[in-house]
Design a protein around this ligand. Structure first.
Ligand SMILES: *Cc1c(COP(=O)(O)O)cnc(C)c1O
Length: 354
């Protein structure tokens, strides 16, 4: 399946794999031996290459450094018990990458090139995929504008690069979070739905302030009135209220997470009622007060499911019950892991074998 894309492969002379302590991996610091690189020039994608991971040189006038045409994706590859390697729902990432591209006035990348470039890279560096339970290979595809030109206009040249990082199981203790009522991550008509680097730049200061106030993370609310819940940091947020899975419906201010879709699909398959709709701050606080909210958690590729221990609004803290194995979030995580590691039938066809 990967021979349709003509990739020039230059292998590293000396692998760095023996320098890596696979029992102690921290997220995003260890890079595998190779990276995929392609160029967009003269209106087309070209120069598909896999080269040793390493520094690159660029013009200081490069447009992305000034005007920020940059966006990315995040997905994972898992090693199955039978030794095969699978990417989890990569075409969903390909489609979202192109939605980001369109909004940031950048060229789309054909979805087969996106998936095949990743498959080829992961195949070459498959020795880097850790095998322990919970471990995986995190894949970071990204695109940025490269014209050495300070005029404000869409760049004519771009690079598409894919990096991979072995990552350990990401354990997070239940989070104490606050509902953000001053800053916003995105606004109507903006590009909150895109996985744009700029969305992250703007979220750093609010997150730092939340940390200083003693919270682990913040819940974003709508940019207009701070009356509706949007996301949990860089993850989507899901609540269980009166036995119903409730989550903010996606819109141009909310990133449409693939983990979100995966979890909602599992819930529907288990005949659990699911509501995708606007969720007001008022509803969250009232159902917490009345004890009707039994679970709240963030969902995203990096951490999969992150439980929330408490939610605060204007300094007033409301606790959630401690989660046990019978709770939805625990069951969903268990089932999702069984699918991702090939321990059970992949009935939704989510695994893409490399
Ligand atoms: C990446 C991301 C998510 C989670 O998306 P997944 O596809 O589940 O990884 C949610 N919110 C934001 C802002 C993100 O950048």
């Amino acid at each position: 399946m990967i021979d349709t894309l003509d990739i020039k492969i230059t292998q590293t002379a000396t692998s760095r794999i023996d320098e890596v302590d696979f029992s102690n991996l921290s997220f995003g610091k260890t890079f595998s031996d190779h990276m995929f690189v392609a160029d967009y020039e003269d209106g087309e994608w070209k120069n598909f290459q896999i080269v040793p991971y390493g520094d690159m040189s660029f013009s200081p006038a490069m447009s992305v450094l000034h005007y920020g045409q940059a966006f990315f994706e995040g997905l994972k590859a898992y090693k199955h018990a039978d030794g095969s390697v699978a990417l989890f729902r990569p075409y969903k990432n390909a489609d979202r990458f192109n939605r980001s591209a369109v909004r940031l006035c950048s060229p789309e990348l054909p979805r087969d090139i996106f998936v095949q470039s990743i498959a080829a890279l992961v195949d070459l560096d498959k020795a880097w995929i850790p095998k322990s339970a919970g471990d995986s290979l995190y894949i970071r595809p990204f695109m940025f504008s490269t014209d050495p030109y300070l005029g404000v206009s869409p760049s004519k040249t771009y690079k598409f690069i894919v990096l991979t990082c072995p990552v350990g199981s990401y354990f997070s203790k239940p989070l104490n979070v606050k509902i953000e009522t001053k800053y916003s991550r995105s606004s109507e008509g903006g590009f909150g739905f895109a996985k744009a680097a700029g969305n992250y730049a703007g979220s750093l200061l609010p997150a730092q302030e939340a940390l200083k106030e003693g919270y682990d993370q913040l819940i974003w609310t709508d940019g207009k009135d701070h009356a509706y819940i949007e996301e949990l940091g860089a993850a989507n947020v899901i609540f269980v209220i009166d036995g119903v899975l409730v989550t903010p419906s996606t819109r141009d201010t909310i990133l449409e997470g693939i983990t979100r879709d995966t979890i909602l699909t599992l819930a529907r398959n288990w005949d659990m009622p699911v509501e995708e709709r606007r969720v007001s701050v008022k509803e969250v606080i009232e159902t917490l007060k009345e004890g009707k909210m039994t679970e709240a958690f963030g969902v995203g590729t990096a951490a999969t499911i992150t439980p929330i221990a408490s939610i605060s609004l204007n300094g007033e803290k409301y606790n959630l019950p401690e989660q046990g194995p019978a709770d939805f979030s625990k069951k969903a995580l268990k089932t999702l892991n069984e699918i991702r590691y090939g321990h059970t039938a992949d009935k939704f066809d989510w695994n893409y074998t490399v």
